[in-house]
Design a protein around this ligand. Structure first.
Ligand SMILES: [Zn+2]
Length: 391
């Protein structure tokens, strides 16, 4: 099955018109057999309604025949007020500031003192917090991009996240969660949940709803919530995503992020799409200090064609699947016990945290840390700090 002929823009607005007032809980279906608790989130950014629309459709189908589900599937809408206003956010990005201290402060504040994203975040975290009480969750967060893009999947690189993400026929992005602090999925991944996010294409491209639907069905089978033969047209769903990702690399790693500060007057040059080849030194945007040049060669990811948001663009490079195989073997062998004894590496907290002195350690140690599932944290006093992702 090929992707439906593109009627971008047209149609999405009609469906949106009826959805401006999306409820927080888009659906909640419990099956007859035990299984995982899957949480689907959409529209964490208000200008990205496609995910929420797809979640609503899948949950309506599941509700018609709940007996086929193992476990429970819950769909949640992210930034309800911003969806209503057709904006990315009202006061601040809802996909930031997911830190334990901030969430505790929001949970304790009198509700009438909260507004905008503070209120949205408190409700969302409260709902997920209740679900969390019953055990580990699998969270799938659905997004779209401001520039044209084939679909892709992002995740903290644990073996379980990787297994689910690689079940989706689309490019896997490594290292994005590591450089964006305070994202919702980073918080839940640190709490030991399966957490992956999918970007399905341009915000107003109608095909993104079908891509997100296909993503949800395939992820539900990978997570064990549905048997493959219980999914309507599973092969067609896979083909839809594979066709949309045709010619794209299987796995890439983020090598550069351009941060946009308030007042930068950042303007991306027109016409860039995700995974387009970029040469070192190429002018990709302008801001108040002049032309913005790519600091290294690679592929463009998520060029920013919207007024709001602090990510200007990313550059990624292809990673050979061989390295994923290597890293799986290293992790299964607990290779961090060896790394901890290498020169310049100081273990703390039973290997959950390793500090690397770059003046002493060999350059490949950083790559080795990533291969072993460590995440780079803020660097202090010239030392690199890594923490082990929850397993
Ligand atoms: Zn988004």
């Amino acid at each position: 099955m090929s992707a439906p002929a593109a009627p971008p823009m047209q149609g999405m607005r009609d469906e949106l018109r009826g959805s401006l007032d999306l409820p927080r809980v888009l659906g909640d279906v419990t099956g007859a057999r035990p299984g995982p608790t899957v949480v689907l989130t959409g529209a964490l950014h208000g200008n990205e309604p496609a995910g929420a629309l797809a979640i609503r459709r899948v949950l309506a189908e599941l509700a018609a025949r709940p007996e086929r589900i193992a476990g429970r599937v819950v769909g949640l809408c992210g930034n309800r007020a911003a969806v209503g206003a057709g904006k990315r956010f009202s006061a601040r990005d809802l996909n930031r500031r997911w830190y334990p201290a901030d969430l505790a402060r929001l949970a304790e504040a009198p509700v009438e003192s909260l507004r905008d994203e503070d209120l949205e975040q408190r409700e969302l975290a409260g709902t997920i917090g209740e679900l969390e009480k019953s055990g580990p969750l699998a969270i799938l967060d659905l997004h779209t991009t401001s520039g044209a893009s084939p679909p892709f999947v992002c995740f903290g690189d644990t073996l379980e996240n990787r297994r689910v993400a690689r079940a989706l026929p689309m490019t896997a992005i490594l290292g994005l969660e590591e450089i964006i602090d305070g994202a919702m999925l980073g918080y839940y991944a640190d709490r030991g949940h399966v957490a992956i996010s999918v970007e399905a294409g341009q915000h107003r491209d109608r095909r993104t709803v079908a891509r997100h639907e296909a993503t949800v069905w395939i992820a539900l089978t990978a997570l064990g919530a549905l048997r493959e033969d219980e999914v309507p047209e599973l092969d067609a769903q896979r083909t839809l995503l594979a066709e949309a990702s045709k010619g794209q690399p299987a796995v890439v790693e983020v090598r550069h992020r351009h941060v946009v500060l308030p007042g930068d007057d950042f303007r991306m040059l027109p016409g860039f799409t995700s995974f387009q080849e970029i040469r070192e030194g190429e002018v990709v945007a302008h801001d108040r200090s002049g032309p913005v040049r790519a600091p290294l060669s690679g592929m463009m990811l998520m060029p920013r064609y919207q007024g709001q948001g602090e990510d200007g663009y990313f550059l990624v490079r292809e990673t050979r699947p061989f390295w994923l195989w290597v890293s799986e073997k290293l992790r299964l062998a607990n290779a961090e016990r060896v790394i901890a004894h290498m020169p310049g590496v100081a273990p703390e907290d039973a290997l959950n945290r390793l500090t690397v002195d770059p003046k002493v350690a060999r350059a490949f140690v950083v790559d080795l840390m990533h291969l072993c599932g460590y995440r780079r944290r803020r660097d202090d006093a010239g030392k690199l700090s890594f923490t082990r992702r929850a397993r």
